[in-house]
Design a protein around this ligand. Sequence first.
Ligand SMILES: Cc1cc2ncn([C@H]3O[C@H](COP(=O)(O)O)[C@@H](O)[C@H]3O)c2cc1C
Ligand SMILES: O=C(O)c1cccnc1
Length: 340
Amino acid sequence: MPRAVSGLPFDDIRNLVATMPGPDGAARAAAAARQGELVKPPGALGRLEAIAIDIAGWQGRAIPVVNRPTVAVFAATHGVASRGVSPYPPEVTKQMVATFTAGKAAVNQICGVFGAGLRVFDLALDLPSPDIVVEDALTEAECAATMAFGMEALAGEPDLLCLGEMGIGNTTVAAAIFHGLYGGEAEEWVGPGTGSTGETLARKVETVRAAVARARDHLDDPLEVLRKLGGREVAAMAGAILAARMQRVPVVLDGYVVTAAAAVLRAMDEHALDHCFAGHVSAEPAHRRVLERLGLEPLLDLGMRLGEGSGAALSIGVIKSALACHSGMATFAEAGVADA
Ligand SMILES: Cc1cc2ncn([C@H]3O[C@H](COP(=O)(O)O)[C@@H](O)[C@H]3O)c2cc1C
Ligand SMILES: O=C(O)c1cccnc1
């Protein structure tokens, strides 16, 4: 795994966050002007217009393209899963990674429809991170190195990066991160995940409450929240979001778990997610509230609650369509259509 180059590992991450580039204003303005000339009433393509303008800004060109979308799925195992916070056993994580490799999971099929590449990163699946109720998930060095590993998601030079995750128990971890970052009561952040109800759901609430109580003296530092209450896939996804920003690659978030990684960065800098789209709003109840808090409006709302990057991958169709209209439509003048 790449090593931190200088100072304390978290200082390197903070330095990156402090030097994040913004969008190219000239490219945004040119894209907005083009939208005004295309052969449609102004605003008639709704959010598709804003999507094209946003991606123009990040790619630094008036006519942006998404030819190489990649879905990066990060998989990890969690000690906290042994508390019975999921209806499914921890072995499912490794079994689903094999299913991704065999091309047989939901996310594979959705990637196939949109011509997206799928890369699966497994993060030491035989070595679960410690149970967050009793111990930090990661040391500072491990957390920083895992974030650096997440930057590998950019290695194939995608022009759009969609994030996904696999890790039985990780909706518990995500709930703990949100409870740690935003306070309130554990119940507000805990939901069914893969389908927890009754005693399993009650255990999940107690687990989140206890884990956050253990970290209570460190909740004002988002990177501490990540390393104490998170897991390897969450840290890697936070690193991937940050690396994408440094390279001005737009990112599509998936559901509740991916959004927890994003929320850590957003708590460090209010502009940290300016390059991110929320691919969908998950049926996990707290996801909608979290997106509102982050100022992200989901592209899709289909009642999905799978994870794997499935919701992010599905939104590639919306994003590609936005860019196809932006690049392929004629202007009123070109089409010889009378303008208003
Ligand atoms: C067969 C199967 C496929 C999945 N694909 C994603 N997840 C999703 O469910 C897990 C989180 O839910 P919880 O916290 O309740 O364990 C993650 O692995 C997530 O990606 C799956 C879960 C299962 C069972
Ligand atoms: O919204 C999610 O990310 C989610 C929901 C249920 C299970 N796994 C992930």
